[in-house]
Design a protein around this ligand. Structure first.
Ligand code: KIV
Ligand code: ZN
Length: 512
């Protein structure tokens, strides 16, 4: 059996999803999940890009037993910073990349092919001096002239790269062509037989997983992917889909992998909770409909034998069919057990805080489902890293008066109060939050891109989950808030997004 390795880049390429900003603690939580999931390599960040990425990479490197990888552009400074961030790693990998297609060389980097080759040689050989494994990527490989691409990989291998990655950066390839490219490179690159061949596919044409699998069948040894397929634009290849394709169909092609598939659902939900990006209901493997059978004919078949309409046993991906509901009589132990079963590894303090919130909600709502519990925990995790929390709010609203909001936010021991009018109670609340947050957001305008509220579960006592997207300059931030009171859920969601904006401004050294 040929074992296919999984490099997970949820923390690096996945974090480039519009609207996603992960704090250091949440990145560490995700890295722990990834380790449990059995990934072979965790790409922890791009340390030269921000203080936060440097810190997250070095803390993950220090605690992880898995290979930890740090991205660097093909220059000495980036490589040195990546090597520094990986100092404490048991198994460090420096991932050097440079664009190689003519369009990127001319329009983005403004260098010639010869200069790019020189940069590959210098940066890869420099990376090799740190004693870490070196991976090299030719960005936009699929739009690069093939002969030149062969020269680039040959140079990278000669300079010390032992893993060479072929990115379909803009998701342009189709499976047959991408497989042929891997075959061509393996035949034409000098030293190709002594290195690990990796592929990294984006999903612009919806082919990221198909291209990755085609490449594996053509001889690639490593796939780069993200949980739930999150990433730039249409995202990256989805880890769970590739893992299940190899599980279901790999044997017949002599392929194996080390992903612990029972951890897939819990990892997917965790990543969805902390990023605020929910997989589409019809998403393969992890969508909420993936194991739902609606039509009578299908239900009848499933009752007789699941295999009539189900190729994956839901238990193999960790879907728990238990229906025990929690309520106001449930104790801390039952709550903690449920949290653990849902995949949350919460410490004492987190259990105390989330259980007390659970009790508050259970007083108003008769039965709490897994979705409710998940919403309570992710709201708690979201709030941990933010500057501001809601201390109190008062809203005046009616059909004959202008809505007014008076909001007090706390930041540590300090309290900040502002009042603002608005077009309705939600708008007034957001305006009051804006007034408080303005000195900390780095100066630019903050635009509300979208706002929506949905019931987490059914019934008049359902928890409301509000979601917002805001933009400041080029950056987009998402926020989420949960409450039985929809105004409170809305303020929480807005504040959650605003806290991410403030954290990003602080990382850049902007704001107060
Ligand atoms: O999409 C891409 O080309 C990348 C590289 C940095 C590997 O993410
Ligand atoms: Zn990418």
């Amino acid at each position: 059996m040929r074992k296919i390795r999984f490099l997970d880049t949820t923390l690096r390429d996945g974090e480039q999803t519009p609207g996603v900003h992960l704090g250091v603690e949440r990145k560490i939580d995700i890295a722990r999940r990834l380790e449990k999931l059995g990934v072979d390599v965790i790409e922890a960040g791009f340390p030269a890009s921000s203080k936060g990425d440097f810190e997250a990479t070095s803390r993950i490197a220090a605690e992880s037993g898995t290979v930890v990888c740090a991205l660097a552009r093909a220059n000495e400074s980036d490589v040195r910073i990546a090597a520094d961030a990986l100092k404490g790693a048991k198994k460090p990998r420096i991932h050097v990349f440079i664009a190689t297609s003519d369009i990127h060389l001319e329009k983005k980097l403004g260098i010639t092919r010869e200069e790019a080759l020189e940069a590959v040689k210098n940066s890869v050989s420099y990376a090799a001096t740190f004693g870490a494994e070196v991976q090299f990527s030719a960005e936009d490989a699929t739009r690069t002239d093939r002969e030149f691409l062969s020269k680039v990989y040959s140079e990278a291998i000669r300079s010390g790269a032992t893993v060479v990655n072929v990115p379909d950066t803009v998701g342009y390839a189709v499976p047959e062509e991408f497989a042929a490219l891997i075959t061509y490179l393996k035949e034409n690159v000098s030293g190709s037989g002594n290195v690990t061949w990796s592929v990294h596919c984006h999903n612009d044409l919806g082919l990221a997983v198909a291209n990755s699998v085609a490449a594996v069948y053509a001889g690639a040894d490593q796939v780069e992917c993200t949980v739930n397929g999150i990433g730039e634009r249409a995202g990256n290849a989805a880890l769970e889909e590739i893992a299940m394709i190899l599980t279901m169909r790999g044997k017949e092609a002599g392929l194996s992998h080390g992903i612990v598939t029972r951890e897939i659902t819990s990892a997917s939900r965790f990543v969805s909770d902390v990023t605020g990006i929910r997989p589409a209901p019809n998403k393969a493997v992890v969508g909420s409909n993936a194991f739902n059978h609606a039509s009578g004919i299908h239900q009848h078949g499933i009752i007789n034998d699941r295999q009539t309409y189900e190729i994956i046993d839901p238990r193999d991906v960790g879907v728990d069919e238990s229906t025990i509901t929690l309520g106001k009589l449930s104790g801390r132990h039952a709550f903690a057990e449920r949290a653990r079963a849902l995949g949350y590894d919460l410490g004492e303090e987190a259990i105390r805080a989330t259980f007390s919130r659970f009790k508050e909600i259970a007083e108003k709502k008769s039965a709490l489902t897994d979705e409710d519990v998940r919403a309570i925990i992710s709201e708690y995790l979201d709030g941990l890293e933010g500057k501001f929390r809601i201390s109190s709010f008062q809203i005046q609203s009616g059909n004959k008066i202008k809505s007014m909001a008076l909001i007090t936010l706390s930041a540590g021991d300090d309290l900040f109060t502002e009042a603002a009018p608005g077009d309705g109670p939600v708008d007034a609340s957001f305006n009051a939050v804006n007034k408080i947050a303005a000195p900390f957001t780095g100066g630019g305008d903050v635009d509300l891109l979208s706002y929506g509220i949905t019931a987490v579960t059914e019934g008049a006592d359902a928890l409301g989950e509000a979601k917002v997207r805001i933009r400041s300059g080029e950056a987009v931030f998402t926020g989420r808030g949960v409450s039985t009171d929809i105004i409170k859920a809305s303020i929480k969601a807005y504040l959650n997004a605003m806290n991410k904006l403030i954290a990003a401004a602080e990382e850049k050294g902007e704001g107060q």
